[in-house]
Design a protein around this ligand. Sequence first.
Ligand code: ATP
Ligand code: MG
Length: 245
Amino acid sequence: MSDVPKSHPRYLSLTLRDRIVSGVEQGITSIHGLIAHGRGEAYDYLINEATQPFAHKAIRAAAAMLYLAQHPVISVNGNVAALVPKEIIELGQILKAPLEVNIFHTETGREQKIKEHLQKHDATKVLMPSKDTQLNFIDSNRKYVNPEGIFKADVVFVPLEDGDRCEALRKMGKDVVTIDLNPMSRTAKQASITIVDNVVRALPLLSQAIQTLPKDTDSQETVQQYNNEKILKEAVQYIRRSPNV
Ligand code: ATP
Ligand code: MG
């Protein structure tokens, strides 16, 4: 890890870079994950590196949708495992939902390394993709899923998803909740609910929102009234008028 002084104006951003680089060194994160992270950083800059109102609204709806789910499953890739292992495990515990490893580049036993990394952080239930169970509408490695996990899920939570698989999951009738800093990505547009925010900020807020869902909230209504297209438009509007420009 590089020695970044806390006083450095980009301390947090540099710390996150260190986590991703360390993920690559440990064989958890794909080298392609560095590119995805860089793209994320660019968008984070444009939203002022803060959770904006459009993200707060999406978090509220996502909490309701995940709370109502019969069989929620949390899909984990190499960037998420490197950036927020503890937080993703905590969300699984709150929802009583399994984590499932699902990655694009399956080189060098990376799936197993992600599983072990999560277990090191005290994850109890980590499902692995099965070569016998496949999603329809997708050709990449990510079509392989666990029969007790993503295959059976009614709601899949997939931070930093790839557009192809998001579309396949939707075509199979599943709801998808994602966190993606790019409101223009195919994932953002295909998902049922898109939280346009950095996963490191949004994940703790989502866990908190699920735990503090007000008793008198009609979660069904919250989900029905939510309009993802509108939220994405708000995010794009914000970026256009970005205070950082
Ligand atoms: P899509 O396949 O959905 O069209 P893409 O191909 O442009 O998207 P991918 O490489 O598939 O992008 O996925 C990476 C996505 O994750 C990017 O949209 C990027 O902005 C986003 N991202 C990267 N790091 C973070 C982060 N820390 N928090 C939230 N989103 C992130
Ligand atoms: Mg993609």
